[in-house]
Design a binder for this molecule. Structure first.
Ligand code: FAD
Length: 463
């Protein structure tokens, strides 16, 4: 059997190589460290954790990343096995001894008879005679390879920074205050004329919001990141620093909108939220990319009328991050449409986080091995955490709405990516209807219970 090449021995590449090897297919794993480093990695170990040592919550009954842990263990994940073996105490989270973990992943791959590890940079597109390649080179992909990829995708399709606006769970928005409407009721391609959720601020609320923005703590760029501000993408706090009215003339402009709950009163400023996934469970705060510290964001955004109880699927951020416009570029099997011998895995596909990167590595490894063995593999159902994550990357994202093409932003796994579930029992043991946190917990438990059954079914169907 001919080898599959995996480029990048991080979280995704290590897991992908393991899955390929375990499927009985030879694999060559190319890692450029230590010959060439990145700005964040410090060692030559495979699966190095560049920052925190946490895989986040391990609760698989009411937490989305905990459910992803469960599915990865069910699928024989190397990253989870070594994470479990090198766990350090961290309450309900799975945190690991980073050196022990990385050394164990490296040793397991080195010892596997189907794995060859080659150290060295792939400085450009992989050689033409490699017929199956997984590119898993992460957020800090080396410039030469990034340029090679750009030559296939076009410059605008491979970003070097993310500029992320906060994303809110729809069911936490108060629609007695907010209302659906597009500016001037304009319906573009795929739109209805009522595509945005609008949150109105009066003058006092606007001034208080600007004061809070100006006073809030910001995250600094790391020295090597530079300051990647580009037109149309300024952080809201930078806009506020340029003048108290700037936001009112920018993303918070109140024009072309009539408050359905209060038609005679003109809002002084409006925050708009735009649908973020095909399911309609998530909405992003339009134009609200920010480098405010995470701890500050929720409190400040909950000052906005209609968002007082907002639950955030992700907070805003701007980071150095190499990632593809995957919904456009990749097919459902994570192959590059422009050159299907190349598959992509990990953070470069537009997922976010150690666990998510490894999860996409796991799936991509299995897909590539199955293809090599002539036994094509179906994708896990979108009701599983892994299926929901892939769906975010390749399919679930809305690409057209009334303002034309949307920008695709990386995301952690979260319950907003799971298809809605009908008929969740919302009665408590006392016969009363559940509300607030109890209702939300019941919904999460129903989603994870369904995901476990569906993942079991997918695994059994294959064996
Ligand atoms: P990586 O783990 O970065 O692996 C990519 C590998 O490819 C690297 O080993 C690199 O050396 C190699 N490589 C690159 N180019 C080439 C080439 N041309 N040829 C050969 N090898 C190459 N996520 C979290 O969950 N928690 C955090 O605290 C966290 N902190 C982060 C901090 C920073 C500064 C950054 C940049 C990211 C952080 N992330 C964090 C996000 C992300 O989940 C991790 O970066 C994760 O490691 C991504 O996994 P990956 O396998 O896609 O990439």
């Amino acid at each position: 059997i001919a080898s599959i090449h995996v480029v990048g021995g991080g979280l995704a590449g290590s897991e992908a190589a393991w899955q390929i090897a375990e499927a009985g297919v030879p694999v060559i794993l190319h890692e450029m460290r230590p010959q060439r480093g990145t700005d964040a990695h410090k060692t030559e170990g495979l699966a190095e954790l560049v920052c925190s040592n946490s895989f986040r919550s391990d609760d698989s009954s009411s937490n989305a990343v905990g459910q992803l842990h469960w599915e990865m263990r069910r699928l024989g994940s190397l990253i989870m096995a070594k994470g479990d073996a090198h766990q350090v105490p961290a309450g309900g989270a799975l945190a690991v001894d980073r050196d022990g973990f990385s050394q164990a992943v490296t040793a397991a791959l080195e010892a596997h008879p189907n794995v060859t590890i080659e150290r060295g940079e792939i400085a450009g597109l992989p050689p033409a005679d490699w017929d199956k390649v997984i590119v898993a080179t992460g957020p800090l992909t080396s410039p030469a390879l990034a340029e090679g990829i750009r030559s296939l995708t076009g410059a605008s399709e491979l970003a070097f920074f993310d500029a992320i606006a906060p994303i809110v769970h729809f069911d936490s928005i108060d629609m007695d205050v907010a209302w659906f409407q597009s500016r001037y009721d304009k319906a573009g391609p795929g739109g209805t004329g009522a595509d945005y959720i609008n949150c109105p601020l009066d003058r006092e609320q606007y001034e208080a919001f600007i004061d809070a923005l100006l006073a809030a703590e910001k995250t600094e760029f790391k020295e090597w990141e530079g300051t990647p501000y580009f037109d149309g993408c300024l952080p809201i706090e930078v806009m506020a620093e340029r003048g108290r009215e700037t936001l009112r003339w920018g993303p918070m402009k109140p024009v072309g909108l009539t408050n359905k709950h209060n038609p005679t009163v003109k809002a002084y400023a409006v925050v708009q939220l735009r649908q973020d996934n095909a399911l309609g469970t998530l909405f992003n705060m339009t134009g609200f990319q920010t480098k405010l510290k995470y701890g500050e964001q929720a409190a400040i955004f909950r000052m906005i009328p209609g968002l007082e109880n907002a639950e955030f699927a992700r907070l805003g951020g701007i980071h150095r991050n190499t990632y593809l416009n995957s919904p456009e570029l990749l097919d459902p099997q994570l192959r590059l449409k422009a050159d299907p011998r190349l598959r992509f895995a990990g953070q470069i596909t537009g997922c976010e986080g150690y666990v998510e990167s490894a999860a996409i590595g796991l799936l991509t490894g299995r897909l590539a091995a199955a293809e090599r063995l002539g036994q094509p593999l179906s994708l896990p159902p979108a009701t599983t955490a892994l299926g929901a994550l892939v769906n975010h990357i390749t399919g679930g994202h809305i690409v057209t709405i009334d303002e034309g093409p949307r920008s695709f932003q990386p995301m952690n796994i979260n319950f907003g990516l799971f298809p809605h579930i009908e008929g969740v029992a919302t009665m408590g043991p006392d016969g009363k209807r559940l509300k607030g946190p109890a209702k939300s917990l019941a919904r999460k438990q129903a989603l994870t219970a369904r995901a476990k059954i569906e993942m079991d079914g997918w695994v059994r169907a294959k064996s």
